[in-house]
Design a protein around this ligand. Structure first.
Ligand code: ADP
Length: 169
């Protein structure tokens, strides 16, 4: 790699919705890399997301607005294909538990098959967020539980509002 080249991290996920656990990984990546691209994936396997892709992107944008070197994109292709757009970019993922490891290890092998140049780095989840996932947030929001400390403060009312509509379905 040329030393003048920017070091780019891609933080992928479905962010349905973004949590403080995701934000922790994004913030730490932004300290290590010159630029971080948060890639909101239109995940084909998660069939009924709570938030539309536009809502998810909007929430991620609001959550990262204070970070100068972070931007948000979407991808509807496989991550390994998407990453080809950014020469030398590294995928950065958060690791919470053994179950994450097994899944990520498998994903990494598949990504390498498709795009052998692509590297993935893992940051261990911060202790206070090891239990936190978007599905925990969706579950708690659906039951009207307090979301503070789980998602960015500025997103709580939007998530609560959506959960209310979700309950009425
Ligand atoms: P989730 O697993 O919450 O549904 P995503 O599929 O959007 O979230 O996950 C995107 C990435 O963020 C994955 O690499 C996942 O391991 C990581 N991640 C999710 N929650 C946390 C957390 N609480 N701490 C650290 N990393 C996390």
């Amino acid at each position: 790699m040329n030393t003048t080249e920017k070091r780019i991290a891609i933080c992928p996920g479905s962010f349905d919705p973004i949590t403080l656990g995701h934000l922790n990984i994004i913030r730490r990546s932004a300290k290590i890399f010159d630029e971080v691209i948060v890639c909101v994936m239109l995940n084909a396997t998660k069939t009924s997301p709570m938030f539309t892709i536009e809502e998810r992107v909007g929430m991620v944008r609001r959550a990262v607005v204070r970070y100068q070197n972070v931007r948000v994109e979407t991808a509807s292709v496989l991550l390994a294909e998407y990453a080809r757009r950014y020469q030398g970019a590294v995928i950065v993922k958060g690791l919470r538990a053994a179950s994450d490891f097994d899944y990520e290890f498998q994903m990494n092998l598949i990504n390498k098959k498709i795009n052998p140049e692509l590297e993935t780095m893992f940051l261990t989840a911060s202790e206070k967020y090891t239990f936190l996932s978007s599905s925990v947030v969706r579950e708690m929001a659906t039951y009207g539980a307090d979301l503070s400390g789980l998602v960015p403060e500025e997103l709580i009312s939007e998530i609560e509002e959506k959960a209310k509509q979700w309950r009425k379905r």
